[in-house]
Design a protein. Sequence first.
Length: 412
Amino acid sequence: MLSPVIKQQGALVVEDNALQRASTVRALRRVGITTLHEAENGIAALTVIDRLLVPPAIVVLDLDMPGMDGIELVQQLAANNYRPAIIIASNADTILISAVETIVSELKMPLLGSTKKPLLDTFLIEALSCFDQGLHQQCETVLERVVLTPEHLQHALTHGEIQAHYQPKIAVHNSTLAGVEALARWHSDRWGSIIPARFIPLAEQFGLINQLTLCIIDTVLADMRNWRQSGIDLPVSINLSARSLADPDFLEQMLARIEAAAIRPQSIVFEITESTLFSDTITSLVAVSRLRLKGFGVSLDDYGTGFSSVQQLSKIPFTELKIDRSFVSGAPYKEHLRTILQSSIEMGKRLGLRTVAEGVETLAELRLLQKLHCDEIQGYLFARPMPSSDLKDWFNHDQGCVRDICRQGTAN
Ligand code: C2E
Ligand code: CA
Ligand code: CA
């Protein structure tokens, strides 16, 4: 069903080719949008928007246009603090389209989809169905206007508002639960649920990251003991900031807590983001080696985002390579992503590392990862991060679905 916001505010088609423009307008009308505006380039689009009392909810955007192109237009719109949902309709090559998708999301505009021209009704229906989700993301921007301070975060830490949610990791070879990743969540009485992107950088900047990590570790250790009493013995991955890793006092405190909880180091994997790790190779080398000596696993997280060289990778004793979501999402249809994904998995295997792909959302992505023999996968296709209590239910009742999903992957 078409969102009432789209019905009311309509769409703007920005396209220099008159025939293509008319064809897009017809397609939009067929899927139920009646309020439609047209512009032949970015400059004309700005004029149209300026004249309207209610700005369009959606902008269908061609990229290559004389006068003002699509990239400049989205920048201008964001500069005017107007962030419509965007559909990219362009015959440019896939790498260029991916780059524009990144620009659109960096500008905090909801991206409904990208397609070659002409627009198909099936594509449009699917893209428009994402509209409400995009609005939901925009609601976050209300919170974004609230300036979160280190005092807010400190208060949250001392009042138990920071908790761990858990997302299952699935072993590809036998479709079973291989472990879970602990992800921090801030449940604020005032603002509701706040995502890590809002408070982890704040914690890093104001020296609260060690306290936050220790808080997550305490929660994880308590949950692991609790699961164990119910007969669930699961490895847990914990995100560690490179800043914490460089602090020997923090490492001692963390190790002491794990030892006191009588949890085996073999059931914990520390994930460290690639982009922050190699700024000081020797410190990273010391910390990762110490964790390995104690028996913990160490994963290189967000692999592919940090430009690390193979030489650096082979020097640091990781146990796992976690390939960033940006190389998984859309890989079945985008050759350049598929190439990076495949070579990352091959390289990880050659270095003797367990390979994990994150952000798996579709059966096509699952199928590709099964074909490439990736060891483990994680993503919304199987489960979103959930509270500890829900994980128990998921383990007991929903785990069977994983096998069905994986079977669907291999069946096609
Ligand atoms: P990350 O370590 O790369 O975690 C994976 C993120 O991807 C999580 O976001 C997860 O909810 C999300 N995700 C999982 N599957 C899918 C999927 O299929 N599609 C999409 N679109 N997203 C998926 P989240 O929980 O918002 O965490 C964001 C980042 O915040 C994490 O990225 C991690 O870098 C950081 N973070 C989270 N918890 C902690 C923590 O306790 N300590 C530290 N230092 N960083 C943390
Ligand atoms: Ca992670
Ligand atoms: Ca990651």
